[in-house]
Design a protein around this ligand. Structure first.
Ligand SMILES: *[C@@H]1O[C@H](CO)[C@@H](O)[C@H](O)[C@H]1NC(C)=O
Ligand SMILES: *[C@@H]1O[C@H](CO)[C@@H](O)[C@H](O)[C@H]1NC(C)=O
Ligand SMILES: *[C@@H]1O[C@H](CO)[C@@H](O)[C@H](O)[C@H]1NC(C)=O
Ligand SMILES: *[C@@H]1O[C@H](CO)[C@@H](O)[C@H](O)[C@H]1NC(C)=O
Ligand SMILES: *[C@@H]1O[C@H](CO)[C@@H](O)[C@H](O)[C@H]1NC(C)=O
Length: 233
C-alpha cells in the first residue's frame, strides 16, 4: 500500500512535471513564483523554502538513484549540479543540522536552450558521502543544488530513511522514473590555479581567527585576517 502510494507519487511527479526531484521523492513543489506559498523560495538554502517531510521515503544504505527535472526556469542552457546529504534530525524543523556532506561534486549539465525545457536526468547510483556510516532506519536528507549560469541556485530536497538494499519499501527504479532525456549533454568541471594562496598568513593568525571561521565567518576571511593583523600591530 505504502509502496504503491510512493510509486504513484513518483509517477505523478513525472507526469505532472511540476517537481524538480522525481526520485526517490520530494519535499513538494517549490517552483511556484506567484503569491501562493512557497512563492519563489526554491532559491532559498537549504531546501527551497519547504520544511522537513513527515512522509519520508526509503533509500538504500549503499546509495542509490536520484532523478530530477532541471529545466523549469530560464537561464539553464548550462547548469552546475551538485548533490549533498544532511544527516539526522537534530537541525531546524527536525531536519539535518547541515547539508555539508558531498555525495556528488559539481558537474555541468548542458541543456538544449536557455528557455524552460522538459526532460529528466537520472543518476542511477549516487554514492554516500566519503566516510559515511549509516544503517537501516537512520534518517537523512538529500539536497540537489542546481546553479544556473546567471549564478542563482535552486534547491530541492527529499527526506529519506535508510533501508537495506532490496528492501521492498524502497521505491522501484526503472526506465519509467530513471532515464536521461536525449537532449542533455554532460561535462566535467575543472579549475586551473592562477595564483596560489599564501598559506602561512592563515597559519600565523591566532586561534581566535580559527574560532571566527568555525562560527561561520568563512566569507569574511580577508576581513578577519585584516582585523587580527591590526590587533597585532
Ligand atoms: C510527501 O507529501 C507531500 C504532500 O502531500 C508531497 O508533495 C510529497 O511528494 C511527499 N513526499 C514523498 C517523499 O512521498
Ligand atoms: C499560484 O500558482 C499555483 C500553481 O500554479 C496555483 O495553484 C495558485 O492558485 C496560484 N496562486 C495565485 C495567487 O495565483
Ligand atoms: C554537519 O553536521 C554533522 C552532524 O550531522 C557534524 O558532524 C559536522 O561537524 C557538521 N559540519 C559542519 C561543517 O558544520
Ligand atoms: C516501472 O515500475 C512501475 C511501478 O512498478 C510500473 O508501473 C512501470 O510500468 C515500470 N516501467 C517499466 C518500463 O517497467
Ligand atoms: C545519465 O547521464 C549521466 C552522465 O553521463 C550518467 O552518469 C548516468 O548513468 C545516466 N543515467 C542513466 C539512467 O543512464
Amino acid at each position: 500500500m505504502r509502496l504503491s502510494l510512493l510509486l504513484a507519487l513518483a509517477l505523478t511527479a513525472l507526469v505532472e512535471a511540476h517537481s524538480v526531484l522525481v526520485y526517490p521523492g520530494t519535499r513538494g513543489n517549490n517552483l511556484i513564483t506567484n503569491d501562493t506559498f512557497p512563492y519563489g523560495m526554491q532559491w532559498m538554502y537549504p531546501c527551497g523554502g519547504l520544511g522537513t517531510s513527515r512522509n519520508r521515503t526509503y533509500w538504500p544504505t549503499t546509495g542509490g538513484a536520484v532523478s530530477f527535472q532541471p529545466g523549469w526556469f530560464r537561464g539553464h542552457l548550462q547548469a552546475q549540479l551538485q548533490i549533498n546529504l544532511g544527516y539526522g534530525t537534530d537541525g531546524p524543523d527536525g531536519g539535518p543540522p547541515n547539508m555539508s556532506n558531498i555525495m556528488l561534486k559539481p558537474f555541468m549539465l548542458l541543456g538544449p536552450s536557455n528557455n524552460p525545457y522538459p526532460g529528466t536526468v537520472c543518476l542511477p547510483q549516487v554514492p554516500l558521502p566519503a566516510g559515511a556510516i549509516v544503517k537501516a532506519g537512520d534518517m537523512a536528507t538529500i539536497q540537489v543544488v542546481e546553479l544556473a549560469q546567471h549564478g542563482a541556485a535552486l534547491y530541492s530536497c527529499v527526506d529519506i530513511v535508510f533501508a537495506e538494499p532490496g528492501d521492498p519499501r524502497i521505491p522501484i527504479v526503472n526506465e519509467t522514473n530513471c532515464f536521461n532525456s536525449t537532449q542533455f549533454g554532460f561535462a566535467q568541471i575543472y579549475t586551473v590555479t592562477t595564483t596560489n594562496p599564501v598559506l602561512d598568513v592563515v597559519a600565523s593568525t591566532t586561534s581566535s581567527a580559527i574560532s571566527l571561521l568555525r562560527n561561520g565567518w568563512a566569507g569574511w576571511l580577508p576581513l578577519a585576517i585584516g582585523a587580527i593583523g591590526l590587533a597585532i600591530w
